[in-house]
Design a protein around this ligand. Structure first.
Ligand SMILES: Nc1nc2c(ncn2[C@@H]2O[C@H](COP(=O)(O)OP(=O)(O)OP(=O)(O)O)[C@@H](O)[C@H]2O)c(=O)[nH]1
Ligand SMILES: [Mg+2]
Length: 459
């Protein structure tokens, strides 16, 4: 395939170089080089049994690197990748050195003297995309794979890197192109008044595509949780045991606990991974009217935390009445089904007649398993996505799908109102373009810069 014809401010004919391993000392450092001058530039500083420019692809060579005065820099291994069978699709090499930043920097300096230049963040992956080694959604998955902090997020990112989402998008695009081609045929033969596809069948097809897009859109909340974790706020009246629950979950005495109501003032944020899902816990100040300036500010922050929460653990004390007013208030800030009513201190009153979603004791740990179950129920709420499902976890993809959905809505209206085929075909094409943006078949320089900016140098 031809490389993508997208204007780039980073000249793609340059040969680029960067350290691919983390900064600092380590066992080895890897320097990556990509571009047409890769082999010649290394040959001018490397002495091994064979010249790199004479070596076959996917071979590794031992040798020594010398500076211009013949001084030994290091003994290294050079891996050779010939285009198009490399990460970037270009001729490239990887030089493994002893893990001192001094050595790696010295070698990079020598390569820069050969008219190479330092790579921009993500430029290797950008080239892989421009040379059609991967599409844009896959390129974005590279960052997600690197940044994954839980097994679930890694699996999700891996799926996207493997092209599961891209494949789905491609299928939908084909269906759209197919549907609009019928209409375009009709337009071509307008004078003969031929009908290539009935209105009803067309509507049916568009609706089918629409509903598939709907499914992808609805996977986003789950996909986002998998990728970024879930915000869980511990909320309730003072002294009900919110901080004690946080401490119990973290297995450490992170937050100050005391019998004095109004102990917690600032929000305390901690992370916890349960079964591969990252929970971001926010312990908040107990909500009550207070004259104390600092406590007042704390309560304001609690309300803010409720707004930002994906799940609210609404905590109350079995020995006290459930504060219905507060419960109502929380329910008015967030969706009721994002709330879990947690009755704490069950050790004090095991036979309570109060009703909650879970009964626990932060003191003895009783009922905590049920709390985990409830949390998981909320996270996986109505989601029956499997490992193999195409799941949307990226806001940019979500927005493209939304645009496509809008265009399809217009198309459906036009079909329904028996408008001229031109209108329908424009909307179907626009929907197709919106989908193309996800995988980068159609894209702008701005979008690319935005995406690759998030990469590290050397990736
Ligand atoms: N018996 C019993 N006591 C508990 C339990 N959970 C918390 N407590 C006690 O209740 C008191 C208040 O606990 P905290 O965790 O500070 O309560 P809080 O909700 O964070 O309170 P504020 O920060 O003031 O809003 C402390 O004396 C805890 O030891 C429990 O499950 N059983
Ligand atoms: Mg507290």
């Amino acid at each position: 395939m031809e490389p993508k014809a997208i204007a780039v401010n980073q000249a793609t004919e340059d040969t680029i170089v960067a350290i691919a391993t983390p900064s600092g000392t380590g066992a080895i450092s890897v320097i990556r080089v990509s571009g047409s001058k890769s082999f010649d530039s290394i040959d001018s500083i490397f002495k091994g049994k064979t010249q790199i420019s004479e070596s076959a692809s996917h071979t590794i060579h031992y040798g020594k690197i010398y500076d211009v005065n013949g001084g030994l820099i290091d003994d290294v291994l050079v891996s050779v990748f010939r285009r198009p069978n490399s990460y970037t699709g270009e001729d490239s090499i990887e030089i493994s050195t002893h893990g001192s930043p001094l050595i790696a920097n010295k070698i990079i300096e020598l390569l820069l003297d050969q008219n190479l230049r330092i790579a921009e963040p993500g430029e290797f992956t950008r080239r892989a995309y421009l040379n059609n080694k991967i599409d844009l959604a896959q390129a974005e998955a590279v960052v997600d794979v690197i940044n994954s902090r839980t097994e679930a997020s890694l699996r999700g990112a891996r799926n996207q890197l493997d092209g599961i989402l891209s494949k789905k998008i491609d299928e939908l695009r084909s269906l759209l192109i197919n549907a609009s081609s019928f209409i375009e045929l009709e337009l071509d033969f307008a004078e003969e008044d031929l009908e290539f596809i009935g209105h009803e069948e067309l509507l049916e097809r568009v609706e089918k595509i629409s509903s598939e897009i709907e499914i992808l859109l609805s996977s986003y909340s789950f996909g986002r949780v998998i990728r970024d974790g879930v915000n869980v706020a511990l909320v309730g009246m003072p002294n009900v045991g919110k901080s004690s629950i946080l401490n119990y979950l973290l297995k450490e005495s992170r937050a100050i606990v005391s019998h004095i109501p109004g102990t917690t003032r600032d929000i305390i944020r901690e992370e916890l991974s349960i079964d591969g899902i990252l929970y971001k816990l926010y312990d908040t100040a107990g909500i009550r009217d207070s004259e104390d300036l600092i406590e007042k500010e704390g309560v304001l922050r609690s309300r803010e935390a409720i707004k930002n929460a994906d799940i609210v653990l609404f905590v109350s004390d079995v020995e006290q009445d459930i504060p219905t007013e507060l419960e109502r208030e929380v329910g008015s800030i967030i969706d009721k089904n994002k709330m879990i009513n947690v009755l704490n201190k069950i050790d004090l009153k095991p036979n309570t007649d109060k009703t909650g979603d879970v009964y626990i004791s932060a003191k003895t740990g009783e009922g905590m398993e049920n709390l985990f179950i409830k949390l998981k129920e909320k996270v996986f709420h109505k989601s029956n996505y499997s490992e193999k499902s195409a799941i949307v976890s990226n806001l940019r993809h979500f927005q493209c799908l939304k645009k496509a959905e809008g265009h399809l809505g217009n198309a459906k209206n036009s079909i329904f109102n028996k408008l001229s085929g031109e209108f329908i075909s424009v909307d179907l094409r626009s929907a197709e373009i919106s989908l193309s943006e996800i995988i980068g078949e159609v894209t702008s320089e701005d979008i690319l810069n935005n995406i690759f900016m998030k990469f590290c140098i050397g990736k």
